[in-house]
Design a protein around this ligand. Sequence first.
Ligand SMILES: C[S@@+](CC[C@H](N)C(=O)[O-])C[C@H]1O[C@@H](n2cnc3c(N)ncnc32)[C@H](O)[C@@H]1O
Length: 217
Amino acid sequence: MRSFTVTDEVRAYAVEHGSWRTDEVMRRLRSETAALGDPAGMQVGEDEGQLLTMLTRLVGARRAVEVGTFTGYSSLCIARGLAEGGSLLCCDISEEWTAVGRRAWAAAGLAERIELRLAPALDTLRSLPTEPTIDLAFIDADKPGYAAYWAELVPRVRPGGLLVVDNVLWSGRVVEPDADDANTEALRAFNDLVAADARVEAVVLTAFDGLTVARKR
Ligand SMILES: C[S@@+](CC[C@H](N)C(=O)[O-])C[C@H]1O[C@@H](n2cnc3c(N)ncnc32)[C@H](O)[C@@H]1O
């Protein structure tokens, strides 16, 4: 197996060869987010965004949930993949960051499809009906919360639906023996939990910062 370092140039090449182009609204959103400085590192890349659109389309999602919205780029990518009449529920606690997203969603003509709930995600997820009606869930928020989000989401995802989870390899720290910070420990425990969960079949992609794609049985 060959692997190599993905430079900005390689990433740009890959993005240019995908079907979903980064349009003007997305470009503006990315530069507005970049202007925030360090927090901008939390935004998914354009290539990962294309994959989110593809996965949303693959499951024909009409009902999607995102945990961790930030400035709304991943939400845009999910929303543009939704089937006719579909909707996305976004969970976040930051009014400031999500305000940037709200403007972009409106500019993209997708605001009608996206509902934002500003509250701890666990409260929002617990308030959702328990029937398995979600087609796609994307988890990308506080890492110590992942296991609890998973516990709430798995029963609510329909058979054949997807749970997609970001940052699960945490820049490789999950395999570094000396890494014992709270986020790394939480992600190790989360990855073990998913691997042992018979309700799903899962793959951990070594792309991006590690992405788990799990299909509900
Ligand atoms: C990694 S960022 C999300 C990035 C986003 N998916 C994107 O690609 O632009 C994590 C987000 O989780 C939110 N967050 C952190 N703790 C949270 C909680 N307990 N409930 C809901 N959102 C939370 C933060 O406010 C932040 O916007």
